[in-house]
Design a binder for this molecule. Structure first.
Ligand code: BGP
Length: 481
């Protein structure tokens, strides 16, 4: 089925620093923008924080033991910038460096290839106060931070990601307004932040290569595959606008080394500030193309025309407490629409396994044989454990099996997929959604007095059997569980 040696394929789980580490103020860590937001903002609607979370900071060995016992050969995690550089730049915090050395060394001792992301939404507060990625100074700060990490960990980390979902981060922070700094429908800031993240990523990639390290480095994007609903009047026009809005700025700069030619005319026609585009960045893009693409695959952008009515964004961080469906309407561009044949999760996001196949084929069509890792895929839901703490998460198994089957189909059709990471390794903080929206293969008991006990769920055992089937040469891994 797959051309590559099956033993080389990476199977694992994914996490992110703020979502699982806890220890928010230990061993010299500086404040991050999420520490401040979760402690102080009235927009933190569920009141939860990552102060303790699942306490990966102290329990990483247990989590990595479970990953290894679950048959994984890789582990994806991110580094907390403010743990390494508490002031964003300048002085290095040895306590932070020591922690990640422990995690990396333990991964390697367990046969888990570390897949390390430099930036997963958690900007140091000092830099957030300067405007975050809307301020070009933060690009230099990012490159400085990246260099510290490459020099400290690059001898053992061979898979690096510069930024996790730069587009989705910019979208939540500047369009939806549910992530700090909570701007709403601010198109100028949205494009500026994505653009500056693209420059930062390219410059970090070029720097990595200049250090002569022998690993691979890439970017992780959220799954932005655009699908146009039947009956749409101007499918081609909408596709172009949507791709410029959702993914091409990142994909063209990171994979082709250039800005999409249509971007500047598009911004000008729509009265969006383009003064952030600097001539000198062309060289950074050219010199900093990614070795691979990481794809976080959850859903598609299912679109149709929209010309009457206001521009509005919809997001649901209340789950069952709200009927809102995730989406956006942009006057004279497009709107996200409903496909009556698909289901949605309780947070109003479409569950659509076919988007895995379509996204991978779309990447191949547009960007050729670039190696791709599925860096996240999973299912968020409310869960009930039995008295022993065991969760029978059949919905998650069914959903992930569907996405993985589609990944295999795309591989059969020539897509260069190199690995798959379940989001998430264990239950963790789901950003503004708090802790009730669970994704883990392993349950974490957050109840008071339960001591954050880890209990593998049914999906953990299913995933283990899928990996075993795959290695044994099965054509339908996971289906016999
Ligand atoms: C991705 C993020 C992850 C994770 C996941 C689920 O966009 O990279 O950090 O949280 O989505 O999203 P959520 O937790 O909002 O349901």
């Amino acid at each position: 089925m797959v051309l590559m040696d099956r033993k080389q394929f990476l199977w694992g789980g994914a996490t992110a620093a703020y979502q699982c580490e806890g220890a928010w103020n230990e061993d010299g860590k500086g404040l991050g923008e999420w520490d401040v937001f979760s402690h102080e903002s009235p927009l933190n609607i569920n009141g939860a924080t990552g102060d303790v979370s699942c306490d990966f900071y102290h329990r990483y060995q247990e989590d990595l033991d479970l990953a290894a016992e679950g048959g994984h050969n890789t582990f994806r995690f991110s580094i907390s910038w403010s743990r390494i550089l508490p002031s964003g730049t300048g002085e290095i915090n040895q306590g932070g460096v020591d922690f990640y050395n422990r995690v990396i060394d333990y991964c390697l001792s367990k046969g888990l290839e570390p897949n390390v992301t430099l930036f997963h939404y958690d900007l140091p507060d000092v830099l957030a106060r300067k405007g975050g990625f809307a301020n070009r100074e933060v690009i230099d700060a990012f490159v400085e931070y990246a260099e510290v990490c490459f020099r400290a960990f690059g001898d053992r980390v061979k898979l690096w990601v510069t930024i996790n979902e730069p587009r989705y981060y910019a979208y939540c922070s500047n369009m939806v307004g549910n992530y700090p700094p909570n701007h709403e429908l601010d198109f100028d800031r949205y494009f500026k932040v994505v653009y500056n993240e693209a420059v930062a990523s390219s410059r970090a990639v070029a720097l990595y290569r200049s250090l002569g390290l022998d690993g691979k480095i890439g970017i992780v994007i959220d799954n932005c595959n655009v699908e146009i609903a039947p009956g749409t009047k101007d499918p081609q026009g909408i596709r172009l606008k949507a791709e410029l809005f959702y993914d091409r700025l990142m994909l063209d700069t990171q994979l082709r080394g250039e800005l999409p030619g249509a971007l500047i005319p598009f911004l000008r026609e729509n009265g969006i500030d383009d003064s952030f585009v600097l001539f000198e960045d062309a060289l950074s893009f050219e010199q900093g193309t990614s070795d691979f693409l990481g794809l976080n695959c959850y859903n598609r952008m299912y679109l149709t025309d929209y010309s009457e009515g206001p521009t509005e964004v919809f997001h649901n961080n209340k789950g069952a407490g709200s009927k809102k469906k995730e989406g956006i309407r942009i006057k004279d561009w497009f709107e996200t629409t409903d496909d009556p044949t698909t289901k949605r999760n309780l947070w109003g996001r479409e569950i659509y396994p076919r988007c895995m196949y379509n996204a991978l084929m779309g990447i191949k069509e547009r960007y050729g044989d670039i190696p791709v890792y599925i860096t996240e895929n999973g299912h968020g839901c409310y869960e009930q454990a039995d008295e022993s703490g065991y969760v029978e998460d059949d919905d998650r198994i069914e959903m992930m099996q569907g996405y993985i089957d589609n990944m295999f189909e795309a591989m059969k059709d020539g897509c260069n997929v190199r690995g798959y990471y379940a989001w998430s390794s264990m239950d963790l903080y789901s950003w503004v959604n708090g802790y009730e929206k669970r994704y883990g293969l392993v349950r974490v008991d957050f109840a008071e007095g339960a001591d954050l006990k880890r209990i593998p769920k049914k999906s953990y055992y299913w995933f283990k059997s899928l990996i075993r089937d795959y290695l044994a040469g099965s054509e339908h891994p996971g289906h016999n569980y």
